[in-house]
Ligand binder design. Structure first.
Ligand code: ZN
Length: 190
């Protein structure tokens, strides 16, 4: 990404907004925005294969692996405003499992770009399915969208829930029910 060029465009936007890009508080804003956007869209440029493939481990276990409450921060592709929330991931391994932190890296890889929540959910599910050749995968995402909240189009506290279920999570009702009951169970108190 050409950060200098993006900063120049942000400066032009400031003028269109009615701002003075030369006033002290805004002097470094175009470059700050450009660098923030570079990070928030880094999923277009990150090498997921390199990150994830080294963290695939052999395992004989074929029980359900669950990771709850993974933080999600993304940008809606319609308004380029944030949507954010949490994601719950479950899968049943065949012979391979994935390091837990890599599940979060997969979420970031697809979240750090312009997205819609439905596609983000499906892309995370398909990526896990493909990476470990899972028997089944389930992903549930619960996000709030600033384009709805700030513009007052919808209820302020509405949460959008999307899900993607593949393989045995799709075909087997008992597996799907187990997944859904596990992600909504109260956390154990330590
Ligand atoms: Zn939007």
């Amino acid at each position: 990404m050409n950060t200098e060029r993006v900063a120049e465009l942000v400066k032009e936007m400031l003028v269109e907004f009615g701002e003075d890009p030369a006033r002290e508080g805004l002097l470094r804003t175009p470059m700050r925005v450009a660098k923030a956007m570079e990070f928030l869209t880094s999923g277009y440029r990150s090498d997921l294969g390199g990150i994830v493939n080294q963290a695939v481990f052999q395992s004989e276990a074929n029980n359900m692996i669950l990771l709850r409450e993974v933080e999600v921060y993304s940008l809606c592709e319609h308004h380029m405003l944030p949507f954010f929330g949490k994601c719950h991931i479950g899968y049943i391994a065949r012979k391979q499992v994935l390091g837990v932190s890599k599940l979060a890296r997969i979420v970031d890889h697809y979240a750090r770009r312009l997205q819609i929540q439905e596609r983000l959910t499906a892309e995370v599910a398909h990526e896990i399915m493909r990476t470990v050749d899972a028997e089944g995968v389930g992903v549930v995402m619960e996000c709030q969208h600033l384009c709805m909240m700030m513009r007052g189009v919808e209820k302020q506290n509405s949460v959008m829930v999307t899900s993607s279920v593949l393989g045995s999570f799709h075909d087997d009702a008992a597996t799907r029910t187990e997944f859904l009951s596990l992600i909504h169970r109260e956390p154990a108190r330590g």
